[in-house]
Each structure stands twice: as structure tokens, then as C-alpha cells.
Design a protein around this ligand. Structure first.
Ligand code: THG
Length: 364
């Protein structure tokens, strides 16, 4: 494919000079911003990630800042997840839905204060939904997209690298918790989270001017750890079952269909609650399932229908060959009639029909 032109619409990030210098080979656009897709090859990047440590420019995980006296009230309307149990230093994975229970986004919520939250977005303009509700209800909140750019440090050696830049304290950060730690005199939110199952952290850079100094400090400190520039890795995330909003699920899916029902535990009357009541009780009619596809498969650049007896029983929007597990791994949305592990279905790829087997679990 041809190159992508950055512009005011297709934004660069505070770390773009580092990503370019590291030899990025592919970009996608996510929240109107550049996101790298691979450096060496997706497979080589995945192998390196599983053994070492990588620094990922995930600035495109843009924050919606919700601040003010009514911040918690708005968060409770946006979140199917019980916000009352959220600790002051906690992050929550929060499926957000519309009035029909349809997925609008699956952000990570970060609680900065009782009256201040960030929603760290997947690809979608959730700010406009939040703003619309705040305006319609006359809520006393300020909603904006601040100059906050997450940088992920992922892989089994992430703790060792982060200690060298932020100090021993990083070891005590629990999963989906954060600490405010100084870098060159500037406090940064450092959370144990990230879009891989290899462990690691996310640093929420709150001032773009510190971007390249932070990038450089991590690479200088990690030379003997074989640190490399990386990015969310399509092989690793499919193996791990990490969902990509817009691909694996969209507004025509509910959190229950996405396997995110456990995050719908709010006692409050959030937007979409009534619409989800039936699925909360009886379960969804289709669900995200891991699949193994036989034979050779082309790159999955759209979605492939799942068929059984000539009838469509779902679709696959993420699939690739896994060098580690030596099979084609895939994430499907599969009808109840065919979602049980061991069920054989057919997949219609651009390269022809393939057989696929529904799996018990992902490869995490
Ligand atoms: N980190 C931050 N922002 C993000 C992402 C992130 N925004 C975009 C995207 N990723 C949002 N989607 C996800 C999907 C999965 C997870 C986080 C964000 C995730 N899930 C774990 C899992 O499924 O095992 C843990 C969920 C939990 O137990 O709370 O990490 O990655 N800042």
C-alpha cells in the first residue's frame, strides 16, 4: 500500500521522531492519530516482545477527561461497571454502551480524583457521546481531550527497565493500579496495564515536551535488556484474546456478546441498562470465541463469514498465523448454536473456504 500522510487530522505524536528513527514499517490510523503496526515483521516483533521489553507509542489511546462536581455522576451513566468500588489509584476496563446496549467503545477508565476521570479510548469518538449527555442533562463537568499521550512498556523485562527510569517503586504497582512518579521533575501517572498479555506498564505523558526525553531515557537505560520500539502486536493480541473495537466488536454487539458481561455490575441506572437486562439474565445469542483455522490463510483485512450448512453463523475479523502455537489463531463472533468448543465451522476467506474449530480458550 501507499504511504500515509500525517496532517492536522492524521496526527503525529510526541514520540513520532523516535518511532520514525526506530524504522517503523507500517502505520494505521486510530483516533485520528498515527499508530505503528510493525517494525521488523509482525512475527519477529511478537517473538521479541515475548522475550524482552518493548516501548510502544500508544498516544492514539486518547483520553477523554471528565472533571468537575458531576464527574462521578456522568461516569456512572457511561459505565456499566460499578464505580463505587473503584479505588483512588485504580484503572477499570469499562465497556461503554448506547441506549440499546450496543458497544460504543471499550476504554480504560483512570480515576485521578473523586471528581476527575480519564477514559483512555479505543478507536472511536466517545468524547462526543459524553459531551452530548453532559449538555443534555446540564451536568457541571468539563469534558475535553487533554495533551496526554500514553507510552506502553511491555514484555517480561518491563519491570527491570522501568525500575531504572522510575525507581524501585514501580515493582509495587499492582495490576490496573497506578502511582504518580517523577521523571526529570515531572510527575507522571504510571500504571501496570497495556494491550498485551506479556506484562508491563503504561506511562501517561501529560506534556508532549517530555515525550522524546522519556523515549530516549527508556532506550538508554534498556540497551543491555535488548529494548526495542514496538507497537500493539496483532499476533500476540489475537493469541491473547485482546479485543479490538471496530474489528472484533462494534455497536451491533453488546458487552455480553464480547465476553465482557463480568464488567456489567453497576447497581445504578446507567445508559443501556434496561436494554441489557434480558442478556444479563439469559446470556447473549452469540459470543466472542477463539478459533483455529486450518490450511493457509490470507491476511484478514476485513471480515470473513462463518458458515455451517450453508447458513451464516458468525464472522471472524481477526486471524493470523501464530509461529509459537503453529496454527492459525482467530477471534470470531459465533452464534450460540455453534459456539461450543469442538464445533467445526467453515470460513469464507478471499483465498477460498477453510475449516475452523471453535476452541475452549485463548492462548494466554
Ligand atoms: N490501555 C489504555 N488505553 C487503551 C487500551 C489499553 N485504549 C484502547 C484499548 N486499549 C482499549 N481496549 C482494551 C482492551 C483490553 C484491555 C484494555 C483495554 C485489557 N484487558 C485485560 C484482559 O482482557 O485480560 C484486563 C481486563 C481487566 O481485568 O480489567 O487490558 O490497553 N490505557
Amino acid at each position: 500500500m501507499a504511504v500515509i500522510f500525517p496532517s492536522r487530522r492524521v496526527r503525529k505524536t510526541p514520540f513520532s521522531p523516535g518511532v520514525e528513527a526506530a524504522g517503523v514499517k507500517g502505520y494505521t490510523v486510530y483516533n485520528h492519530m498515527l499508530l505503528a503496526t510493525f517494525f521488523e515483521s509482525v512475527a519477529a516483533d511478537a517473538a521479541h516482545l515475548k522475550q524482552n521489553v518493548q516501548v510502544w507509542d500508544v498516544s492514539c489511546e486518547r483520553q477523554v477527561s471528565i472533571k468537575g462536581p458531576d464527574a462521578l455522576r456522568l461516569m456512572k451513566m457511561l459505565s456499566p461497571r460499578d464505580m463505587d468500588k473503584m479505588a483512588d489509584d485504580q484503572c477499570y476496563y469499562v465497556p461503554t454502551v448506547d441506549h440499546n446496549g450496543g458497544m460504543l467503545n471499550d476504554p480504560v477508565a483512570v480515576k485521578l480524583a473523586q471528581d476527575h476521570y480519564w477514559l483512555s479510548l479505543a478507536d472511536g469518538d466517545l468524547l462526543q457521546f459524553a459531551l452530548g449527555i453532559a449538555i443534555a442533562l446540564g451536568l457541571d463537568v468539563e469534558i475535553d481531550e487533554p495533551d496526554v499521550s500514553p507510552l506502553a512498556v511491555q514484555g517480561p523485562k518491563a519491570d527491570d527497565l522501568m525500575v531504572r527510569v522510575f525507581g524501585e517503586e514501580v515493582r509495587d504497582i499492582r495490576f490496573f493500579r497506578y502511582k504518580r512518579l517523577p521523571f526529570q521533575g515531572k510527575e507522571m501517572v504510571v500504571a501496570r496495564s497495556g494491550w498485551s498479555k506479556q506484562g508491563g506498564f503504561e506511562i501517561y505523558l501529560e506534556d508532549g515536551d517530555y515525550g522524546m526525553p522519556l523515549w530516549k531515557a527508556l532506550f538508554d537505560a534498556g540497551e543491555d535488556l535488548n529494548v526495542r520500539a514496538g507497537c500493539p502486536n496483532n499476533i500476540e493480541r489475537i493469541e491473547s484474546g485482546l479485543l479490538s473495537y471496530g474489528s472484533d466488536m462494534r455497536r451491533d454487539n453488546t458487552p455480553y456478546e464480547c465476553g465482557l458481561g463480568k464488567f456489567c455490575n453497576s447497581p445504578e441506572d446507567y445508559i443501556g441498562r434496561a436494554a441489557l437486562a434480558e442478556q444479563a439474565k439469559n446470556g447473549p445469542a452469540r459470543m466472542i470465541r477463539p478459533l483455529v483455522i486450518s490450511g493457509e490463510i490470507p491476511a484478514c483485512t476485513g471480515s470473513w463469514p462463518l458458515l455451517a450448512d450453508g447458513r451464516q453463523v458468525g464472522q471472524v475479523a481477526s486471524a493470523c498465523y501464530s509461529p509459537q502455537f503453529e496454527v492459525n489463531v482467530a477471534i470470531g463472533m459465533v452464534d450460540r448454536s455453534h459456539w461450543e468448543a469442538g464445533t467445526v465451522v467453515e470460513i469464507e476467506t478471499e483465498g477460498g473456504m477453510r475449516q475452523a474449530l471453535v476452541q475452549e480458550k485463548f492462548w494466554r
